[in-house]
Design a protein around this ligand. Structure first.
Ligand code: HEC
Length: 196
């Protein structure tokens, strides 16, 4: 009997701690997309303008510093401004902090499957219940542009010093070998249900 209740208790604790996927109310979809799109665009614009001005001012060294030191800082600043938590995530990551969780991996697979069939959805949304608190997740796809190849392209064609610097900062870097137009990953925006 004692053993049985211990198993039961463990089971209960486990199910309480687990995040569960739930239905997205149909009447909320449009608003989730609107809020998610505007927040993710804000983050992307900020990251890109910092990157471009660093490349113009200080060249590659400065630009890597922006991506390395400032990407997270800029993200926290936009999170504060919008009130929504955000993350860039991908299977082929440079910083392990950007590795996908279970639900982000599901979203990445959704895009990969669609891309295989020649389609490119403009977003993906989920609703997750975490201990009674529902959070919507909006995902925006990112594509590789010409400028990205400077740091995410074929290492043989990249600046040698830059390749070394990236290797020192990220010994397990997976974010190279991309081509222009490739699917790079997602921006995730988490929107608490009570904000919609
Ligand atoms: C000057 C070099 C540089 C350029 C140019 C650059 N990146 Fe990055 N990128 C980095 C570095 C360094 C990181 C790791 C950031 C960190 O530690 O959080 C990174 C991380 C990322 C991530 C987060 C996921 C991961 O792999 O860790 C995404 C997504 C990303 N870059 C997309 C892009 C896109 C899209 C472009 C072009 C618009 C681009 N990058 C241009 C250096 C660069």
């Amino acid at each position: 009997m004692k053993k049985f209740s211990a198993v039961l208790l463990a089971g209960l604790l486990f199910s309480c701690g687990e995040v569960q996927k739930v239905e997205i109310p149909k009447d909320k979809e449009e608003k989730i997309v609107q809020v998610g799109d505007s927040a993710s665009m804000k983050l992307l614009k900020s990251l890109k303008s910092e990157l471009m001005s660093a490349m113009q001012k200080g060249g590659l060294d400065e630009a890597v510093t922006v991506c390395n030191k400032k990407a997270m800082e800029i993200t926290s600043q936009i999170e504060k401004e919008t009130g929504y938590s955000m993350k860039r995530t991908t299977f082929k990551y440079r910083n392990p902090a950007n590795a996908p969780d279970k639900y982000e991996a599901e979203a990445l697979k959704y895009f990969e499957e669609n891309i295989k069939q020649g389609k490119m959805p403009s977003y993906y949304i989920q609703a997750l219940n975490d201990n009674g608190k529902v959070v919507y997740r909006y995902y925006k796809p990112l594509k590789v542009e010409g400028v990205c190849l400077t740091c995410h392209g074929d290492p043989n064609l990249m600046d040698k010093k830059l390749v070394e610097r990236i290797k020192t900062l990220y010994p397990n870097d997976k974010a190279v070998g991309y081509k222009e137009g490739d699917f790079r990953g997602l921006v995730r925006v988490s929107i608490p249900a009570d904000k919609i």
